[in-house]
Design a protein around this ligand. Structure first.
Ligand code: BGP
Length: 471
């Protein structure tokens, strides 16, 4: 709504930026690191693998110096599980432990608050080989042991922790769980089994964090898609509500309220996908409530009703990487009101305010944006600097919607853009850049990997210095 007055950002607002280990570190087989499912992912030969990435492993000091120059208040990064436990469990790799000690110390020296994601897609291949990874209940203890090790080792300096990045995406992507499955229905069923194990594991880790880390705060980092009904037909509204339940809220209700929502349970039971719930599982979730809710926000989706017919019975799903239509529930439709990125992600800053308000209403937990950014194809010009005005426009408009949401009572801890430096995109290699800092390499030509400040670097620097007065 329009208001007469809008409050400033609070003085302790965490102005941050994000990355993930496998997308920026490189050194994927160095210093004793074990393999993760991302290291062995089958990749289209036209895009790069994750072996060098932005070479952050070797250049983290230079990168943190740039963060300091920018005045960044927080840096959200993930720890590569397989640097700490090369096989996912068992033997500890001291060199990996030392790397993150150094990285965290360097951040603290630069007055930057570390926000650590315990696990961001790069699941240990060792655990997949040992027992099938997240599909087996043993995965719960191995995740909890790993998290406990991190809390004990780094918890004296790291106070903000994220349990699992985008569990809602991992569930639908078998390659991120470490298996291949042609049968999509079977893959979905296995995905929801993994989802259950992840929820139990995350809840137990929350308990450990509260026990071990003095003043520690921990929460899930989900990806939130804002859903709209395509028309004002009540059937589209229903499709929208249902899409929101089965794409966004299902695991958050487990993570935060310790329950399968009635809608999600019916959805799973109808499709014979309800996982086995052991005694005590739901209690563990109920007893270990997160301190905040982090979410990644990139786009919204418009949906319309999608009734079943003879050829499309219940259970018939279409995918565009993520589910894009489900018979009897919804189908995604292009939103004619919005422009999109080169990859078709519909740009919707207002959707961020809507998302924040929906999440606040349902869970009443302080919110933290852990990812939000504009992916683009970029080439450093022969003269001058790269003027990434589209990115500045995207980020400032999204930040403005956070300000609007806060003005209406939503609590926010901070905002981490995706990403600080250019890094490898989850699906599109190095050609899709998000950073404030340009990394001089191409898809296959590593060049000199030099760091160069884009125009957005200076814009974010000013924004932080003014505590968002320009937003
Ligand atoms: C999120 C992931 C990030 C990052 C981002 C951008 O889903 O958590 O790891 O990849 O999306 O996506 P992409 O790289 O596919 O453009």
């Amino acid at each position: 709504m329009e208001t007469k007055k809008i409050n400033d950002f609070p003085n302790d607002f965490l102005w941050g930026s994000s990355s993930a280990s496998f997308q920026c570190e490189g050194a994927s087989r160095e210093d004793g690191k074990g393999l993760s499912v991302m290291d062995v992912r089958k990749i289209d030969p036209s895009i790069c693998d994750f072996s060098v990435a932005s070479d952050h492993y070797h250049r983290y000091k230079e990168d943190i110096a740039l963060m300091k120059e920018m005045g960044l208040k927080a840096y959200r990064f993930s720890i590569a599980w397989t640097r700490i436990f090369p096989e996912g469990n068992g033997q500890v790799n001291e060199k990996g432990v030392a790397f993150y000690n150094d990285l965290i110390d360097e951040l603290i020296k630069a007055d930057i608050t570390p926000i650590v994601t315990i696990y961001h897609f790069d699941y240990p291949l060792g655990l997949v080989k040992q027992y099938g990874g997240w599909l087996d209940r043993r995965s719960i203890d191995d995740y909890v042991n790993y998290a406990e090790f991190l809390f004990k080792t780094y918890g004296d300096r790291v106070k903000y922790w994220l349990t699992i990045n985008e569990q809602d995406h991992v569930v639908h992507m078998p390659f991120r769980l470490g298996f291949e499955c042609e049968d999509r229905k079977e893959a979905e069923k296995l995905g929801y089994l993994a989802n259950h194990h992840m929820c139990v594991a995350a809840a137990k880790a929350i308990g450990k964090c509260h026990e071990i880390v003095k003043g520690g705060k921990i929460g899930p980092a989900t990806c939130y898609t804002m859903f709209y009904p395509t028309t004002n037909s009540p059937a589209d509204m229903l499709a929208c509500m249902d899409a929101n339940e089965i794409r966004n809220l299902y695991h958050l209700d487990m993570n935060i309220k310790g329950e399968y929502s009635p809608v999600f349970r019916r959805y799973l039971e109808d499709r014979d996908m309800m996982p086995e719930v052991y005694e005590g599982d739901m209690e563990v979730m109920k007893e270990n409530r997160p301190d905040f809710l982090a979410f990644n926000y990139y786009y919204s989706e418009s949906v319309s009703a999608n009734p079943c017919d003879e050829n499309h019975p219940i259970g018939d799903i279409g995918f565009k990487l993520l589910p894009s239509r489900e018979a009897g529930i919804y189908q995604v439709v292009k939103n004619e009101n919005l422009k999109a990125t080169l990859w078709g992600w519909e740009i919707d800053d207002i959707g961020l305010q809507c998302s924040a308000r929906q999440l606040w209403d349902r869970y009443h937990l302080p919110l933290l944006i852990t990812e939000n950014g504009f992916g683009n194809k970029e080439v450093w010009p022969e003269e001058g600097i790269l003027e990434d005005d589209d990115r500045i426009d995207y980020l400032s408009k999204h930040l403005h919607q956070i300000k609007e949401a806060m003005n209406l009572g939503v609590e926010f801890i901070g905002y981490c853009s995706w990403s600080f430096m250019d890094l490898i995109s989850g699906h599109s290699g190095f050609s899709k850049r998000y950073g404030f800092v340009y990394v001089n390499r191409d898809e296959h030509d590593l060049k000199d990997l030099a760091r160069r400040k884009k125009k957005s670097f200076y814009w974010y620097k000013d924004t932080i210095a003014e505590n968002g007065k320009n937003i």
